[in-house]
Design a protein around this ligand. Structure first.
Ligand code: BG6
Ligand code: MG
Length: 223
């Protein structure tokens, strides 16, 4: 049965989705591309470079590689500024307790994130030492919904994919977990995520991990 838990970072562990949105809004404004909050759902879980490609597609724009790099650097500079004061106060409800509970019960814990900022963020949140393995955007070549990030986490942990459970808040991430052949719990925010084995509105809804694991045992990892 399930032996390892893989957490997405942005929107599952920490409340940073609003900062990514703000930074992308400024990029879209520079490009004169209309960008509403519901469109931001399509960027969640997606790498920085692929997110920019989506915004360019929405605006039907083609720009040079140099200009792309300039915009990616600009986005990250704004984002880093917005999260400069991030701390354990920005953890999402229930996450610290849940990680601790899984650890105490012998589960391996990994991070599976598209963010190239994952390691400094975990350090600021004082969570770095709770993870057995950390797979961030720097270790991944193909963005979610490709399963690479989660398969890398499973291989580093030495736990087969069908024994891994992923917590995700993004549709691209749920798809990545399912594409990896893993179990997935959606952490809802807007009520529109589909495909996961189970949904919660917040991690603090999970009070009994044995009941959760038994509940999932009746289901098969979807492929
Ligand atoms: C994901 C976020 O976790 O990481 C995306 O949901 C973000 O919004 C992606 O674009 C890449 O993050 P970063 O920190 O490398 O720009
Ligand atoms: Mg996320």
């Amino acid at each position: 049965m399930i032996k390892a838990i893989i957490f997405d970072l942005d929107g599952v562990v920490v409340d940073t989705a609003k900062h990514h949105f703000k930074a992308w809004s400024l990029v879209a404004k520079k490009l004169n591309v209309p960008f509403a909050e519901d469109q931001n759902e399509d960027l969640k879980g997606v790498s920085r470079a692929n997110s920019l490609e989506k915004i360019l597609q929405w605006g039907d724009l083609e720009i040079s590689l140099d200009k792309k790099q300039e915009l990616l650097d600009y986005k990250n500079k704004i984002y880093l500024n917005l999260i400069s004061k991030i701390s354990s106060k920005d953890l999402l409800p229930g996450v610290y307790h849940l990680i601790e509970t899984f650890r105490k019960n012998g589960f391996k814990i990994a991070l599976g994130s598209s963010s190239k900022n994952a390691i400094p963020i975990l350090k600021k949140l004082e969570l770095f030492d709770l993870f057995d393995e950390i797979v961030g955007g720097n270790l991944v070549s193909i963005s979610k919904p490709n399963p690479e990030v989660f398969l890398k986490a499973s291989s580093l942990l030495g736990v087969p994919k069908e024994k891994c459970l992923v917590f995700e808040d993004a549709q691209s991430g749920i798809q990545a977990a399912l594409n990896a052949g893993m179990y997935c719990i959606a952490v809802e925010n807007k009520g529109n995520l589909i495909g996961a084995h189970k949904k919660v509105n917040s991690l603090n809804e999970i009070s009994d991990i044995s009941a959760l694991i038994n509940d999932l045992a009746d289901k098969k990892p979807k492929t």
